[in-house]
Design a binder for this molecule. Structure first.
Ligand code: GLU
Length: 448
């Protein structure tokens, strides 16, 4: 009989052989597989049904040409994708990322993570992800519109309210979703439920823009409280300055923390008096400018080039909200040396495998991305519910549901870790709980 350990090793070898160049995807698979031995030991049917080899294979990967015309009349070509990873518990659901680093490996890692994140919300949504290597930075609104219209002209063939419901991610916010919706409507019909993260004017949900950042802070607050701590008077480091980071700054400060940093791809700002949320939003959303402007306008702030995780000052809590692999072992060690005792992830896979090992070995309270940043997609699923009902809920109602969902996710991760005698390993707890649900749903549906 194959042991759980041998089965996991064999399945991982197969994924590696089949996707030799997809580094980020292999990393996400390894992070999950590393925690699954106890649950596979308990369920021999997972081996009999060969669940691991099935779960790592996307149901469908669509890639397509996106030709568009720039402001000088020159024809540009980008590549568009949609990875429809797993629909065992609901229609494919997940964001679209527009960033020059986008490729199949990145979208497969994001789609794979999305499956487990989505099931942890307790809402009926499967996992998917998509996007393009298009770079919205420095483009005019018209150029973005031209690109988006071409992108949607292909994408619309593959999505629908009960099939696949895209939303935003890095580089895709209200402006892009607006253009996408307009083009979808023109090609098909008005169908609010085909995209989430929509502007309020046509079926968007209150609290959706805030949801990932707020949800991250609600999750972290639960994790801190379960360990006799709280945000009050804590010094917090946040990376990123997009939508997730902005609302994490706001909510953490509301709970009494002092958030001293935000960052962009060039550098970071340290503001010892606490990041000014209104100024940050004005610079990033209205002016679409860089953080150097923050430091130029705020006398208490200093701007430094490079990664915020090179910062040498003292801090208590770190909330990485920028992008994948922003923290490696060296940066994780620096955080611990500077006093950080809790890390919770607003970005997807911001800590690499060596950083996670450092957190584990040092007893850091660690809230992994697929649990800690599930608030965004959770409110997307609430937006889908409102669209189906043709109703819109109040901010209080959505916010209360978000709080409950994040508290439940933390409780699930904690209780599952305890059930399996894994102490405070919330990564293993979240992975096992999510994997069990998806695997069971797949088995019930037969070999499909
Ligand atoms: N892109 C977000 C995530 O990583 C949100 C996805 C959604 O709302 O569908 O979960």
């Amino acid at each position: 009989m194959t042991t759980a350990k041998a089965y996991i090793e064999q399945a991982f070898a197969t994924v590696k052989a089949r996707n030799p160049h997809e580094t980020e995807f292999l990393q996400a698979v390894e992070e999950l597989f590393d925690t699954l031995e106890p649950v596979i030991e308990k369920h021999p049917e997972y081996i009999e049904e060969n669940i691991l080899e099935r779960i790592v294979e996307p149901e469908r990967v669509i890639s397509f040409r996106v030709p568009w015309t720039d402001k000088n009349g020159k024809v540009q070509v980008n590549r568009g994708y949609r990875v429809q990873f797993n629909s065992a518990v609901g229609p494919y659901k997940g964001g679209l990322r527009f960033h020059p680093t986008v490729n199949q490996s990145i979208l497969k890692f994001l789609g794979f993570e999305q499956i487990y994140k989505n099931v942890l919300t307790g809402l009926p949504i499967g996992g998917g992800k998509g996007g393009s290597d298009f770079d919205p930075k420095g483009k005019t609104d018209r150029e973005v519109m031209n690109f988006v219209q071409s992108f949607m002209t292909e994408l619309h063939k593959h999505i629908g309210p009960s099939l696949d419901v895209p939303a935003g991610d890095i580089g895709v916010g209200g402006r892009e979703i607006g253009y996408m919706f307009g083009q979808y409507k023109r090609l098909r019909q008005f169908d609010a439920g085909v995209l989430t993260g929509k502007p309020l004017a046509f079926g968007g949900s209150l609290i959706r823009p805030e949801a990932t950042g707020y949800g991250l802070v609600y999750f972290t607050d639960e994790m801190l409280k379960a360990n006799g701590k709280s945000f009050n008077n804590q010094t917090v480091l946040i990376s990123g300055s997009g939508n997730v980071a902005q609302f994490a700054v706001q909510k953490a400060q509301e709970l009494g923390a002092k958030v001293i940093s935000v960052s962009d791809s060039n550098g970071y700002v340290i503001d010892e008096t606490g990041i000014d949320f209104d100024l940050l939003v004005d610079i990033k959303e209205k002016r679409r400018a860089r953080l150097t402007e923050y430091a130029a306008e705020k006398s208490t702030a200093q701007y430094f080039e490079g990664s915020v995780w090179n910062y040498e000052g003292a801090a208590d809590i770190a909330l990485p909200c920028a992008t994948q692999n922003e923290i490696d072992s060296e940066k994780a060690e620096r955080l611990i040396k500077n006093g950080v005792y809790a890390v919770a992830e607003g970005a997807n896979m911001p800590s690499d495998l060596s950083a996670i090992t450092i957190y584990r070995d040092n007893g850091i309270l660690y809230g992994p991305a697929k649990a800690a940043n599930a608030g965004g997609v959770a409110v997307s699923a609430l937006e889908m519910s409102q669209n189906s009902q043709r109703l819109s809920w109040t901010s209080e109602e959505v916010d209360n549901r978000l709080k409950d969902i994040m508290a439940n996710i933390f409780a699930t991760a904690k209780e599952t870790a305890e059930t399996y005698d894994l102490g405070r390993d919330y990564l293993a707890g979240a992975n096992i709980a999510a994997f069990e649900k998806v695997a069971d749903a797949m088995i019930i549906q037969g070999v499909v």
